[in-house]
Design a binder for this molecule. Structure first.
Ligand code: FES
Length: 575
């Protein structure tokens, strides 16, 4: 049994308990909000950190969601307070939400630290909100529960199921190839996002919420529930009740987030065919907990973990199907021998206890171990003279002919160059060429946008080409697919080898050997490096300047150097 705190040991007691002038101020201002001693005496104060915004369609239901969390907190004898945070809207933020993940993480940490908060419920869903909230909560070291916002319903167009992102890319290429009418394209726009909730493919949002659940940070089964299912409200209330219990039990994130929990998270990332973005986020989240995740961990676990979820973009089904097939607990139950399932979770039970007895109800959607979608998960870590600090490829979601491929580079020096020339009929490109984008990384873009699924030139689309080898230091949307080598580190903007490649250089990808190389000698590299000039920074002031000065490369998680665990603050003395 965990040791329970006394009311005087609650963090908030330091604000409301003492008989002094400072506490008089805190109590009188609480009374200004219509509260009284019955609201704060002997009750944990539970903050609901709400990333609601009318510019974030994935979080549009969070006001109602927060009410259900509040209900649970009140039921369990806690005091709920709702606090707004920055909302990272994948749909609208330019150049990319990744530029702001660390800002939300910082905001989360500092909001938790500076207020009278004994425990927290973090509401997130859209891609970067999940890692940001967890990174901040981990560094704040205050008991928290993550409530995933839930995937939206399946899309629909003329009776066909549509998946977020994946089908937009697919039909856009059909339209560019002249095979889809303007009218049909408008109908797809109308039908691809039918309810609130996050993207319902196994993109970054679904991957990260599944990871949050596997880490032990949600109530069991939470991540698979569709946003509009009433089970989602019940899960929210359950999370509120549990948050009160955890505040009394002082169940801090450091008691949950250990190396075994992150091992389990990587296993699940691989078994669901998760987004490549999860690699960067997991490295950053683990670093906040003081745990190093070398890139090779992902490769090793990918080789030994079967892909059991047949979900788009790599597979056939969507999150609603996954939920009705048994959801994440059913998938986890298939992986027991690969997991380290005795990790503690936020309901005080182990992962093993939480998934005990979970069944699969549709073996097409969630496969059994004797009938996997693929024997290996299909994410590889590449190294070579083009990526000395690593690169990533999701080879499960590309045409097999690129598993071993050599072709001449067609180089674009940045995204504007790509946009200006990719459709040029005179571009010297064939189906065997390798399209290479420079300056798409953390400092180069900036913010490492999801540009990595580089467009296939229209003239090749018209010839029926649907996949090409593409290379960049950018990321790729979790809903994307294709032979895209991503996260090349070090990035071009800081002088990585990617910056030195020129048109016509022969590039070789060998997935089996985990290599990505360009046919240049050391002497040729040295000569080109001597000529290379670094571009001026994108900004010299403001948050962007901080970002450019402090962001780490993809293999280190793109967190800020000063936010790593070694820099964690002790609980400040507050008077
Ligand atoms: Fe929010 Fe995809 S746009 S999860």
């Amino acid at each position: 049994m965990p040791t329970r705190l006394t009311p005087e040991q609650l963090r908030s007691y330091r604000w409301f308990g003492p008989n002094d002038l400072r506490s008089f101020g805190h109590r009188s201002r609480a009374r200004q909000m219509g509260l009284g001693p019955e609201d704060w005496e002997g009750k944990p104060i539970i903050a609901i950190l709400n990333t609601w915004s009318e510019l974030n369609p994935c979080h549009l239901h969070f006001k109602i969601l927060a009410e259900h969390v509040k209900k649970g907190i009140l039921q369990a004898g806690g005091m709920p307070v709702e606090v707004p945070l920055l909302s990272l809207s994948e749909s609208y933020m330019k150049p990319t939400t990744m530029l702001y993940r660390n800002l939300l993480a910082m905001e989360t940490e500092e909001v938790l630290r500076c207020h009278p908060i004994d425990g927290a419920v973090l509401l997130g869903a859209c891609d970067k909100t999940t890692p940001a909230l967890i990174m901040g909560g981990t560094s704040a070291e205050i008991p928290f529960i993550f409530v995933p916002g839930g995937p939206m319903l399946r899309g629909n167009w003329r009776g066909q199921t549509l998946g977020s992102g994946s089908d937009a890319w697919k039909f856009w290429d059909e339209k560019r190839a002249g095979r889809l009418s303007e009218e049909a394209w408008c109908e797809i726009e109308d039908g691809i996002a039918r309810s609130h909730g996050h993207c319902m493919t196994m993109g970054t949002a679904s991957t990260m919420t599944a990871i949050a659940e596997t880490l032990g940070l949600t109530v069991p089964g939470a991540s698979s529930i569709p946003a509009v299912d009433m089970a989602h409200w019940r899960m929210a209330a359950q999370s509120g009740r549990q948050a009160v219990e955890n505040a009394w039990n002082d169940l801090r994130p450091s008691k949950i987030l250990n190396a075994d929990a992150f091992h389990n998270a990587i296993v699940v990332d691989m078994a669901v065919g998760g987004s490549t973005n999860a690699i960067i986020h997991l490295i950053a989240m683990a670093a906040r907990a003081g745990i190093a995740l070398p890139l090779e961990c992902f490769d090793e676990i990918s080789r030994t973990t079967p892909r059991l979820a047949d979900l788009r973009p790599a597979g056939r089904f969507l999150m609603e199907d996954f939920y009705f097939a048994g959801g994440l607990p059913a998938l986890l139950a298939q992986l027991l021998d690969l997991l380290r399932p005795d990790t503690l979770t936020i309901n005080g039970k182990t992962l093993r206890e939480n998934i005990g007895g979970a069944e699969i109800f549709n073996k097409e959607v969630i496969r059994t171990r004797d009938n996997p979608v693929a024997a290996e998960a299909g994410t590889a870590i590449l190294r070579g003279n083009l990526a000395p600090r690593g690169a990533v490829i999701k080879h499960s979601a590309m045409e097999p002919r690129f598993l071993k491929h050599t072709g001449p580079a067609v180089v674009f020096c940045d995204y504007n160059d790509l946009a200006a020339r990719i459709e040029d009929p005179a571009l010297p490109v064939t189906a065997d060429s390798v399209i290479l984008l420079q300056n798409g990384g953390p400092c180069g873009a900036p913010g490492m946008p999801e540009w990595g699924m580089l467009p296939i030139p229209k003239k090749l689309l018209e010839q029926g080409v649907r996949d090409m080898l593409r290379i960049s230091d950018a990321r790729m949307s979790g809903t994307s697919y294709g032979a895209c080598v991503l996260h090349v580190a070090p990035e071009a903007a800081i002088g990585g080898p990617l910056a030195l490649v020129r048109d016509g250089d022969l590039i070789t990808l060998d997935v089996e050997a985990r290599r990505i190389d360009v046919a240049l000698t050391e002497e040729e590299f040295a000569a080109r490096r001597a000529e290379w000039k670094q571009r001026p920074p994108h900004a010299r002031r403001g948050f962007l300047s901080l970002f450019l000065n402090e962001v780490t490369q993809a293999d280190e998680g793109c967190d800020f150097r000063f936010l790593h665990a070694e820099g964690s603050l002790a609980e400040p003395e507050i008077h």
